[in-house]
Design a protein around this ligand. Structure first.
Ligand code: TZP
Ligand code: MG
Length: 207
């Protein structure tokens, strides 16, 4: 199955918003988001599990899909729609065995070589970045720029591709024109946190 990615892929972040994941998801949904990743780099596994469970209880019966960052165990436990894995997480092959064929599995890459390898994995989309400079991720890989995004697109054919890192409403169209199917967004939609719905709404209108 070729999976169709929504153009906008917001990701939650408690350190930016000071809001629980559930509240970020509510505001993102109000603004029109339909595909949301829960990203949690500080809480304990139990806390992340509880936050993810709360989100799944809220989104059940809606068409909103929830992807859990890093944690295959938590994605399985809360029956999330999928998981997003990095280069150092459980390899996608094993995530697929655990979560089954219907799970959405995404995989992060940071250069053309990693992306070219990733198309052979049992995954539904590749993420690539940081495309631009970002303050959101600690120890980010080197900035790739639009040229390398374009090269990734050339290397992977029509494989679903998410661009991440420093994407704003000003550069969004250009990123799509350079090969991305979808834009992963953190700071530009979560900050300021009292404007999350308006921020995401701006991208929905634009794209
Ligand atoms: N991976 C590469 S860049 C990044 C991640 C998780 C952070 C992107 O955040 P922002 O705020 O959209 O630049
Ligand atoms: Mg990760």
């Amino acid at each position: 199955m070729i999976f169709t990615l929504p153009k906008i892929y917001p990701i939650t972040d408690v350190s930016i918003t000071n809001l629980p994941h559930i509240e970020q998801v509510r505001r993102l949904m109000t603004g029109g988001a339909a595909f949301i990743q829960l990203r949690e780099k500080h809480a304990s596994p139990k806390e992340f599990y509880e936050a993810a469970k709360e989100v799944m209880n809220f989104t059940r019966g809606t068409n909103v899909k929830i992807i859990v960052n890093d944690r295959v165990d938590i994605a399985l436990a809360v029956k999330a729609d999928g998981v997003h894995l990095g280069q150092d997480d459980l390899p996608p092959e094993y995530a697929r065995k655990i979560l089954g064929e219907n799970a959405i599995i995404g995989f992060s890459t940071h250069n053309v070589a990693q992306a070219a390898v990733a198309v052979k994995f049992p995954i539904d989309y590749i993420a690539v970045g940081p495309v631009f400079a970002t303050k959101t991720k600690s120890n980010p890989d080197p900035v790739m720029g639009l040229e390398n995004l374009k090269k990734v697109r050339e290397a992977i054919g029509d494989f679903p591709l998410v661009a991440i890192g420093g994407i704003t409403s000003e550069n969004a169209r250009t990123v799509l024109q350079n090969g991305a199917d979808s834009l992963a967004l953190i700071n530009s939609v979560l900050n300021p946190s009292d404007k999350i719905s308006e921020n995401i709404g701006r991208f929905v209108k634009l794209l």
